[in-house]
Design a protein around this ligand. Structure first.
Ligand code: AHR
Length: 633
């Protein structure tokens, strides 16, 4: 029974209590909310991003009317620009007569491009030709069976041997989820192509270079009060690469400056989650999206200490200064006047008014509290000196408790940090059992930003447990100021992490039961808690015994071998992690999930490593034991 006394006053609930956390995981950006339909549009895919990639991933060669030639991805002095280094060179034999054309076809993401009858699609390409009288370019949209999806092809005439952007618009005359875009050149000579793009005219609020409408609308329907971005592990993990490594430049961590300006001038990069990120969805688009959905932007910058399964600390003071300065520049990009260096770049992109940044996160789930805090302090000092009005958010590492968590909190508390970002993914029973987690938090210490949490599945019981838990967040709204479920998006064909809030394929999207829970709370935020007392907690219908849903990450970076056994002695999982390259284990989400003998296993197949999250797939009764041999050194 509940007793409610309306005369007692509880804490006020902040308007910014519930928000969203967007990370480019599960192909949430390219092939997801970023509306571009062409995959590998700038021919920058490389085995460095994913061992299965080639520079022509998603592309095949195409011959029309008997034309022949060669198609090769090149990196030479003829490149489009220094940051977009590769382009496609077509050497044309001149066969096939006037109707002949040779080129390439792009298959998009998932089963292909999703095109809707009657809708407009904007095509663009950067191109040049060495043929003096020019080269005809034929651009077509067809489906898997090569049936044309438009009334007629686009015909463009390339002129001159310098890079020029050519554009055209299609109207789809039929709908398809297996759309393909073909770009083919006629005649003889050499044609160079780069940044081949097909964008639906209709995006969220019809923003150019914008967001896929159905996904953005589902997010907007949550009425998020803040948008934490761009990660997650993709933020801080690049910094695990030794600065001294010859390939450092390729592997550096997320740098916001790479992601702004004209899209053809943005660098692409390997994503922590094992694929190429185009940065077409970059910092400007994040800020603009936050503004469009009425959310406070909350960027997270790397602190030069890794988390997410590895323990690398970048010692180079020069590099630290560089990242601290980049963070100050980011604040200027968001808030500075249009006359300032970085504010001008924002204005040039179409937003002279400031974006109104008030909070910034430094670091994500670092495993080494001391090393992290030392660096965090330098970021904080520099930000507070120049922008005292900005709240600088620290974090408590990757766990909900334990030595790293305790030490991180100790450091944050002793330095009077404003706000600490906590992350945890647990089974539903944990959420039910820990409803009182924040009841005992020190009211004089830092405030809490619950930046990532989820109960580990997308079943009704999980969302119910999350709802129960959220009542505990609200009861403690005087200390818990921000909370966001994670991850936000999952492309069904590229799942690296589950559960997720919103699922999608190339055509449609749907919310999980957790989405409905979040929506219920997020669109009904109270002003103030009315205290209540419960005389008992209802017992779960199924009695639960044993250790529940043990979940652990064991990576080949840290362990030589891992065995998971059930209480009855059965071996559920055994791997000696042989043949792995520890560096790649940062891609914790790559590969597939599977259920083996009752354990929940994640294989990082592409990198020949294996991660194991052990736990019953239904997260019910299992008594699991993990034995792991620590990697020497
Ligand atoms: O939300 C998925 C991942 O979980 C995030 O990248 C990371 O911060 C956490 O470990």
């Amino acid at each position: 029974s509940l007793s409610i006394d309306p005369t007692r006053r509880g804490p006020a609930i902040s308007d910014t209590m519930y928000g969203i956390f967007f990370e480019d995981i599960n192909r949430a950006a390219d092939g997801g909310i970023y509306a571009e339909l062409v995959q590998n549009r700038s021919f920058e895919y490389s085995p460095v991003d994913n061992s299965s990639y080639t520079p022509l991933t998603a592309w095949t060669t195409t011959s029309i009317g008997g034309a022949t030639g060669t198609a090769e991805v090149i990196d030479d002095a003829d490149r489009l620009n220094e940051r977009n280094r590769h382009y496609l060179r077509l050497d044309l034999d001149g066969n096939g007569g006037a109707a002949g054309a040779y080129g390439v076809t792009n298959a998009g993401y998932n089963s292909g491009m999703c095109l809707e009858r009657g809708k407009k699609y904007d095509f663009s390409v950067w191109a040049r030709t060495d043929r003096e009288r020019g080269t005809p370019l034929t651009v077509t949209l067809s489906d898997e069976s090569e049936a044309s999806l438009t009334a007629k092809p686009l015909r463009l005439e390339l002129r001159g041997d310098r890079w020029v952007k050519y554009t055209g618009t299609f109207v789809a005359r039929a709908s398809s989820t297996t759309g393909r875009l073909t770009v083919a050149a006629g005649g003889a000579g050499t044609v160079r192509l780069d940044m081949v793009s097909l964008f639906p005219r209709e995006t969220y609020l019809n923003r150019p270079n914008g967001m896929r409408k159905d996904l953005a609308e589902k997010i907007a329907a949550l009425e998020p009060a803040f948008l934490r971005f761009p990660g997650g592990c993709i933020v801080n993990t690049g910094s695990m690469y030794p600065y001294e490594a010859p390939d450092w430049e390729r592997y550096r961590s997320y740098q916001w400056k790479d992601t702004i300006g004209p899209v053809e001038q943005r660098a692409t990069n390997a994503n922590f989650w094992g694929y190429n990120q185009s940065y077409g969805l970059g910092y400007y688009e994040y800020f603009r999206f936050a503004e469009d959905i009425g959310a406070m932007p909350l960027p997270v910058v790397p602190a030069l200490v890794t988390g997410c399964g590895e323990n690398h600390v970048t010692e180079d003071p020069e590099l630290l200064r560089h990242y601290v300065q980049d963070t100050l520049d980011l604040i200027e990009f968001a808030n500075g006047p249009a006359t300032s260096t970085w504010g001008r770049k924002r204005a040039e992109m179409g937003h002279p008014e400031p974006f109104g940044l008030t909070h910034i996160g430094v670091g994500n789930e670092e495993n080494l509290p001391e090393a992290f805090f030392e660096r965090f302090t330098q970021f904080r000092k520099a930000i507070e000196a120049e922008y005292p009005e900005i709240t600088v958010i620290s974090n408590s590492g990757p766990d909900d408790s334990g030595p790293i968590f305790e030490r991180a909190w100790e450091l944050n508390r002793s330095a009077n940090v404003d706000m600490v970002d906590e992350h945890y993914y647990n089974n539903p029973q944990w959420f039910l059992a820990n409803n009182d987690r924040y009841d005992s938090y020190d009211r004089n210490g830092p405030q809490v930003f619950l930046g990532e949490y989820a109960s580990k599945d997308n079943r009704f019981f999980n969302s119910l447990a999350e709802a129960a838990y959220m009542t505990g967040l609200e009861r403690n709204a005087d200390i818990v100021k921000l909370a966001s479920y994670a991850p936000l998006l999952a492309n069904v064909d590229y799942v690296q992490w589950r559960p997720d809030l919103i699922w999608f394929d190339n055509r449609t999207s749907w919310g999980s039961t957790s989405y409905e829970t979040q929506k219920l709370f997020m669109t009904n935020v109270g002003d103030e808690v009315v205290p209540s007392d419960a005389s008992s907690t209802p017992a779960p219908e199924t009695p639960i015994t044993g250790a529940i849903g043990l979940s652990t990450w064991a990576t080949s970076a840290a362990y030589d071998d891992v065995t998971v056994t059930a209480a009855d002695g059965r071996t559920l999982f055994d791997d000696d992690f042989s043949g792995g390259d520890a560096r790649w284990t940062r891609a914790t989400g790559r590969g597939s999930w599977s259920v083996e003998n009752g354990a929940y296993i994640q294989h990082d197949t592409a990198a020949e490593n294996t991660m194991v999250t052990a736990g019953d797939p239904t997260w019910s009764n299992y008594d699991l034991h993990v034995t792991a041999t620590k990697r020497s050194g």
